[in-house]
Design a protein around this ligand. Structure first.
Ligand code: ZN
Ligand code: FE
Ligand code: ZN
Ligand code: FE
Length: 265
């Protein structure tokens, strides 16, 4: 059974619902022993202010998590963030991590030069442009991984959302990306939110999850909840998938997070 959910948002990001306390209660109802809030990290200079809390709001977030810890001592509540990798804005995240007791960072790429990597509506008319876009996504992720700022790689193949025809390229790119993930000592997440979205499958896909297993990359579970009902969503399916591709529960191996990976022979 999966006992932790490390990818949970809050209303501070302006596109989630429900009190933070409601997320904690939902986690307890689902029998989780541990959760981590990982709301979208603010960025200095108000970069992409639409999808995240303001820089000045970060202390409010930190205090809320610390307070919930006191109210609910029966569940471990961790302070995390999901941070976009924006080249040139590394100093912003570094500053945040220096100032606040953030326990882990989930690194993701949602936007590239102001353009969303998913929910594009339609893709480019020229397949060459589509291919270039997918490659650019993985280049950005690789640079993010190499920045050393992240502990967990978010929804590796989220780009499949609007580029379902590029399955092979996505798998080959993920394989190369995982070499950097291993060198960085990072984990990846198994994010169940894809089941609720257009791809109708988790991030990453089964085949990419298998690659992670072969490379002995720890896997951290996350629902990417943007409402309390989504906490631990489809975790039974996630467990089955992890079992099928050979990941075994082995306690805390991704930093101090509960992770799944294949133990060394
Ligand atoms: Zn979000
Ligand atoms: Fe995300
Ligand atoms: Zn594994
Ligand atoms: Fe998220």
């Amino acid at each position: 059974m999966i006992l932790a959910d490390y990818h949970i948002h809050t209303t501070l990001c302006r596109h989630a619902e429900g009190e933070m306390e409601a997320y904690v209660r939902a986690a307890r109802r689902n029998g989780l022993k541990e959760i981590g809030f990982s709301d979208h990290a603010p960025v200095l200079d108000q970069y992409d202010p639409v999808h995240r809390m303001a820089w000045e709001e970060f202390p409010v977030y930190v205090d809320a998590v610390l307070k919930l810890r006191e109210t609910y001592p029966d569940i471990t509540i961790r302070l995390g963030v999901e941070a976009d990798y924006y080249p040139g804005f590394e100093h912003s995240l570094e500053t945040l991590l220096r100032r606040y007791p953030v326990e882990y960072v989930i690194g993701s790429v949602h936007f590239m030069d102001g353009e969303a990597v998913f929910r594009r509506g339609d893709t480019f008319p020229d397949p060459k442009e589509n291919e270039a876009f997918v490659r650019k996504y993985f280049d950005r992720l690789t640079r993010g991984v190499q920045s050393g700022l992240f502990d967990v790689l978010a929804h590796t193949d989220v780009i499949k959302w609007d580029f379902p025809d590029f399955g092979e390229l996505i798998e080959a790119s993920a394989a190369r990306l995982f070499e950097s993930v291993v060198r960085a000592g990072m984990a990846i997440e198994l994010n169940t939110s894809g089941l609720r979205k257009k791809p109708r499958e988790m991030y990453p896909s089964f085949r990419i999850l298998e690659m992670a297993c072969r490379s002995r990359i720890p896997v951290v579970p996350g629902s990417d909840a943007h409402r309390p009902e989504e906490v631990a969503a489809d975790f039974k399916k996630a467990m089955d998938l992890l079992n099928t591709c050979g990941h075994l529960v082995s306690g805390r191996s991704a930093g101090n997070l509960m992770a799944f990976h294949q133990p060394p022979e």
